[in-house]
Design a protein. Structure first.
Length: 137
């Protein structure tokens, strides 16, 4: 989820938890943007379910030529993270040397500044950092 700085200050970090949608009919867990329809069975009873925030990098790419909103952050890693709950989320992986990123790398969610909006407003979103035992995010 991405929110502006205004929303961020209004909601505060506790409201910006990482969640996914659980289908009330078939119990499938799906990404948070599938708010209204279950992609597995088409049911419309989805409820938010908080995620622990840890997972494994199952696919990734390094971005050298970012879209305008992300200029200045390159090169950066965008990955598909398979959360421990089973749902797959796309997200940037930050604070790491590119050579330390591999398939199967354990990662955990952290809230970071995501991008600058077109009017200089700052957006925040979930990014992932390496989940190194003993290290603090
Ligand atoms: Zn379903």
């Amino acid at each position: 989820m991405t929110v502006s700085a205004i929303e961020f200050s209004r909601l505060g970090p506790p409201k910006l938890r990482l969640y996914a949608m659980r289908c009330g009919s078939c119990n499938t867990l799906q990404p948070w943007w599938e708010k209204f329809h279950c992609y597995a069975c088409g049911a419309e009873r989805l409820t938010e379910e908080e995620l622990a925030g840890t997972g494994e990098l199952t696919n990734y790419t390094v971005v050298y030529y970012p879209p305008r909103d992300f200029l200045g952050q390159e090169p950066y890693v965008v990955g598909h993270i398979t959360m421990d709950e089973g749902v797959v989320l796309p997200a940037p992986v930050v604070d790491t040397a590119l050579e330390d990123v591999q398939l199967g790398t354990r990662v955990k969610a952290t809230l970071r500044r995501m991008k600058l909006g077109h009017e200089g407003d700052v957006y925040y979103s979930q990014k992932f950092v390496l989940d190194t035992p003993g290290a603090e995010a």
